[in-house]
Design a protein around this ligand. Structure first.
Ligand code: CAA
Length: 241
């Protein structure tokens, strides 16, 4: 029987590519979204998948959203914690709001969502949790103390939960994308973007589909021996130790 996957932030950008890829791989897919109704409706129509609205930074929203998905598709076997935002600013100009928004949406969300599915996965002795981190959680990035802290936190969470879950047939892994050609990049000033691309040995931004391929691999049943890992996909921009 087809397994069920839930992708947070699954209606746009990297998340949309992940939803598409998992659907093509035979999963029943649900995609979470925060507020962009137009993108969500067109994703639901194009892919024929379930969409569910909520703020991943809010625990109660996650309780409700996961219940909605499970009522429609059954228990969640694969959770992809992909939803993320940037609020770039040098620390000396950063507001508490910019800090808190990024910590809640990019890091608290990993707890809020994983907490909803972990008990069921343990009971059924099967699960895949895949957390989207970032090159900037691995190497740090000027203008991103908030984002780098959150994305580094995602890797620590991944390693800890992997240890808790290994004996229960549940793998927990992270994917750390480099700079990918999505809407998120439009917030980066052009002169900065040019510098960034010049520093990528592959010579271009990554494609969302290339990250989706990493996620799809980790979501497979036969990826069972890989857990606590961080799969790095950044065009050679940074080699994490
Ligand atoms: N790489 C190289 N140089 C950078 C840089 C970067 N990522 N970010 C900023 N700089 C440089 C600028 O080019 C500029 O250099 P010069 O003075 O030599 O021209 C200097 O830092 C100061 O930058 P600004 O003039 O833009 O200063 P600001 O205070 O107006 O803004 C900033 C600072 C908020 C950091 C802004 O430059 C910015 O948004 N930078 C991009 C930060 C970034 O890389 N964000 C990643 C977004 S994508 C993402 O997060 C997804 C992911 O997971 C990879």
């Amino acid at each position: 029987m087809a397994r069920t996957a839930l992708v947070t932030g699954g209606t746009r950008g990297i998340g949309l590519a992940i939803s598409k890829r998992l659907k093509a791989d035979g999963f029943k897919v649900a995609a979470g979204y925060a507020g962009n109704e137009e993108a969500a409706q067109s994703c639901a129509k194009e892919l024929g998948i379930v969409i569910v609205k909520g703020n991943v930074g809010n625990f109660d929203d996650c309780v409700r959203a996961v219940k909605e998905v499970e009522d429609q598709l059954g228990p969640i076997d694969v959770l992809v914690n992909n939803a993320g935002i940037t609020r770039d600013s040098m620390l000396h100009k950063m507001t508490p709001q910019q800090w808190n928004d990024v910590i809640y949406v990019n890091l608290a969300s990993i707890f809020n969502m994983s907490r909803q599915v972990i008990e069921g996965m343990r009971e059924r002795s099967y699960g895949r949790i895949i957390n989207i981190s970032s090159i900037n959680g691995q190497k740090g990035q000027m203008g991103q103390t908030n984002y780098s802290a959150a994305k580094a936190g995602v890797i620590g969470f991944t390693k800890a939960l992997a240890q808790e879950s290994a004996a229960k047939g549940i793998t927990v892994n992270a994917v750390a994308p480099g700079y990918i050609d999505t809407e998120m990049m439009s917030a980066v000033p052009q002169n900065v973007l040019d510098k960034i691309v010049a520093g990528i040995p592959v010579g271009r931004l990554g494609r969302a589909e290339e990250i989706a391929a990493c996620v799809a691999f980790l979501a497979r049943e036969d990826a069972a021996f890989i857990t606590g890992a961080t799969v790095t996909a950044n065009g050679g921009q940074y080699f994490a130790g």
